[in-house]
Design a protein around this ligand. Structure first.
Ligand code: UT7
Length: 335
């Protein structure tokens, strides 16, 4: 019997309608379009503006699109992994809510928190469950409502983040396609540079923490940038070396969308030119756990069966890594 690998077999994505452009930000904080564009590559972000809607709202939209496109019966889904740094509530797994809302009534689900690396780590988890033979249909969602934790008076963070969601389905493959290898790392030094200080067990919410704005995302951008550039590039170079992949063997680099300069540095280190780098940061900004599946959603029709793809991410914690996947289908064959 052929070895079972874990392949992505369907993709869905969603961004809310509301737009926050660089011009909008110019009227909110001391910044300008030229600075934001040249330092980050971002022009606009989508924001979930309607009150009373959380991350699950976007996740459900992305999953519903995946189900509609693929024709899969949600009752067949075994498990839902929800990568997010902005769950609907601190307690009560958002994955359970998403599973119920999409009709995945035979599934179990839980949340996975690894900030901007959440989806990358989730690919590792989903693949391991499939490879083990224990489950046949694992839904992995990456979704974040970053606007719920961003301080829109802080110009160093509010220009970067946006809201969005993406979803993929992992299924067994016997042709050797799908997940091939991973290189994942973390380093707790990162919590001093990128964090939400309060609201956790270390510093529970109080009048004081609200007054001190400690429930917002804090980022020492310069330090995060340095760590991100070297670690994302190192991880991507390592995955190439371990799998004897030359720059010509790689069809696309699929990098976390935090800053175009970090992406360019990673591509340069791998020796791949810009035409092989998937990017949508200009339109969405950094949607945290949603960046990688949103790239798959936007570029799905360009991906061909057998393409060698390298995914790379870096985020809070710090958490980072790279994964090597052989794409498993042609979109045209599915229609
Ligand atoms: O996905 C999770 C991981 N996060 C990341 O990967 C983000 C990593 N960091 C970054 O992307 C970049 O560090 C930023 C985009 C956040 C900032 O870019 P930078 O080139 O590192 O800028 P900087 O922090 O070194 O600031 C340069 C100057 C400073 O002014 P002075 O001190 O040189 O006078 C800042 O005060 O730019 C100023 N500045 C701004 N100016 C206009 C900072 N933010 C802004 C702004 N508009 N929004």
């Amino acid at each position: 019997m052929n070895k079972i690998t874990a392949a992505i077999t369907a993709v869905g994505g969603y961004v809310p309608e509301g737009l926050l452009t660089n011009q909008d930000l110019e009227s909110m904080v001391d910044t300008n379009d030229e600075w934001i564009t040249s330092r980050t590559g971002i022009k606009e972000r989508h924001i979930l503006k309607k009150e009373g809607l959380g991350t699950s709202y976007m996740a459900v939209k992305a999953v519903q699109q995946l189900l509609d496109k693929s024709g899969i019966n949600p009752k067949e889904i075994d498990m839902v992994i929800m990568a997010t740094a902005t769950p609907d509530m601190p307690v009560a797994a958002t994955a359970a809510s998403v599973a119920s809302q999409v009709g995945a009534t035979n599934a179990f689900g839980y949340d996975l928190q690894a900030a901007c690396s959440g989806f990358l780590y989730g690919m590792s988890t989903a693949s391991a469950y499939i490879e083990s033979g224990r489950y046949k249909k694992v839904l992995l969602v990456g979704a974040d409502k970053m606007s719920s934790i961003v301080d829109y008076t802080d110009r160093t963070t509010c220009i970067i983040f946006g809201d969005g969601a993406g979803a993929v389905l992992f299924e067994p493959n016997t042709e050797g396609l799908g997940f091939q290898d991973e290189y994942l790392r973390s380093d707790g030094i990162g919590c001093q540079f990128l964090r939400i200080e309060a609201g956790g067990s270390l510093l529970p919410a109080s009048e004081e923490t609200v007054k001190n704005k400690q429930h917002y995302l804090y980022q020492d951008g310069k330090s995060v940038f340095k760590y991100a550039v070297s670690n994302m590039a190192d991880a991507s170079a390592e995955i190439m070396k371990r799998n004897q992949l030359s720059k010509d063997d790689i069809k696309y680099l699929i990098p976390h969308q935090a800053n175009k300069r970090i992406i360019d540095a990673t591509a340069k280190r791998m020796g791949v030119d810009g035409s092989k780098v998937l990017m949508n940061i200009e339109r969405y900004g950094n949607t945290t756990a949603a960046t990688l599946p949103l790239l798959l959603h936007d570029y799905e029709t360009s991906l061909k069966k057998g393409d060698n793809l390298v995914f790379a991410a870096f985020g809070g914690g710090f958490t980072w890594g790279a994964a090597y996947i052989k794409w498993a289908y042609n979109t045209n064959d599915k229609n």
